[in-house]
Design a protein around this ligand. Sequence first.
Ligand SMILES: [Zn+2]
Ligand SMILES: [Zn+2]
Length: 131
Amino acid sequence: MARPKTYEGGCLCGNIRFIATGPAMKPHTCSCKQCQRHSGSLTQIWVEFTRDQVQWTGSGGAPSKWRSSEWSSRAFCSVCGSTIGAIDDKPTLALALGTFDSPNRQELAPQSHSYVSKRPKWWGINNPSDT
Ligand SMILES: [Zn+2]
Ligand SMILES: [Zn+2]
């Protein structure tokens, strides 16, 4: 049996590090206002895992959280401020693809785009579902 794929990543300063064990679920982009403000970018790229698929391996342990909705919190590094992801109350969390050490893997390519209408018309992304 093939070993599950693993994905490593972390924040700008290295305080927060993670190892996520595949399968990586629902890679997607989102251009909602919350994702824009949290990421500082017009579109965030998310990859989902269950909580037990992700180990926090840096000296900072788990990232800091800020409650952003009734069902989810935004996660970040309290030292350097980097966006890490979104940690839902259900046993799912989403990691920002920009934090991955090696994002150039085909199974991480976004499959859908949430809140497409919130992105400026001049902001194009190479996403199969983006029109
Ligand atoms: Zn950091
Ligand atoms: Zn969003």
